[in-house]
Design a protein around this ligand. Structure first.
Ligand SMILES: Nc1ncnc2c1ncn2[C@@H]1O[C@H](COP(=O)(O)OP(=O)(O)O)[C@@H](O)[C@H]1O
Ligand SMILES: [Mg+2]
Length: 206
């Protein structure tokens, strides 16, 4: 089974929005998907799914043994997408999600501050890898990208020195900024839909 964890050091880094769009893009492509909300403080993915009455099931599971429980809770599903708390406040839970996931996506704005946080995320992933039977695939997804800005190119190149950066870029758009609590439609036709096959092509991190 495929499992995608969306991970970053801080809150406000577009994790939940990315998890919501990945979930819907996967569902629109015909897969049976489960959302796992592992953020104990905000529970935003569960809240969003409640507010918008998603047909996609979302379970709240903010636990440090997700890696032991994911297989049984996602039995019968093709893919699980795990939304995580900020690493700085929920390190145990994030560690567990990183142990559980086949694929790890780090959403990153093309800004000096977000880039500065990338290394901490990769360090956690690399610390966890010896605890896994196989290394995960890890990639950066650029989000809140201002179209035609030089920053996207610059930070994509810089991040690519450390980890694969998906070619798809999520633009800074009202569509995403205002999305929380609303139905998510045509997610496959967004950059999240473009990013999915690219993510599945990323090789396991050595
Ligand atoms: N592509 C985007 N363009 C503009 N705003 C965005 C985009 N993606 C997310 N946002 C906004 O950024 C804020 C943080 O996003 P959120 O997904 O809640 O992050 P996190 O889960 O990491 O805390 C929210 O207000 C959200 O609406
Ligand atoms: Mg969140």
């Amino acid at each position: 089974m495929l499992s995608i964890a969306v991970v970053n050091l801080k809150g406000g880094s577009t994790k939940t929005t990315s998890a919501a769009y990945f979930l819907h893009a996967l569902a629109e492509s015909g897969l049976k998907v489960l959302g796992v909300d592992a953020d104990p403080e905000n529970c935003s993915l569960v809240r969003w799914s409640d507010l918008a009455s998603w047909s996609i099931p979302v379970v709240g599971l903010p636990v440090k043994d997700l890696h032991q429980r994911l297989e049984s809770i996602s039995d019968g599903f093709d893919v699980a997408v795990i939304d995580t708390p900020p690493m700085e406040s929920g390190r145990g839970i994030v560690t567990s999600a990183v142990r559980a996931a086949t694929h790890i996506v780090v959403p990153m704005s093309p800004t000096p501050m977000d880039f500065d946080r990338l290394r901490a995320v990769l360090d956690l992933v690399d610390d966890v890898t010896p605890l896994r039977s196989q290394p995960p695939a890890v990639a950066v997804l650029l989000t809140r990208v201002v179209t035609n800005s030089a920053s996207a190119e610059a930070y994509s190149a810089a991040a690519n020195e450390l980890v694969p950066v998906l070619p798809a870029r999520v633009a800074r758009l009202e569509r995403f900024a205002q999305a929380f609590g609303c139905a998510v439609e045509n997610a496959l036709n967004t950059a999240y839909g473009d990013a999915l096959p690219q993510l599945l092509d990323v090789e396991a991190r050595a």
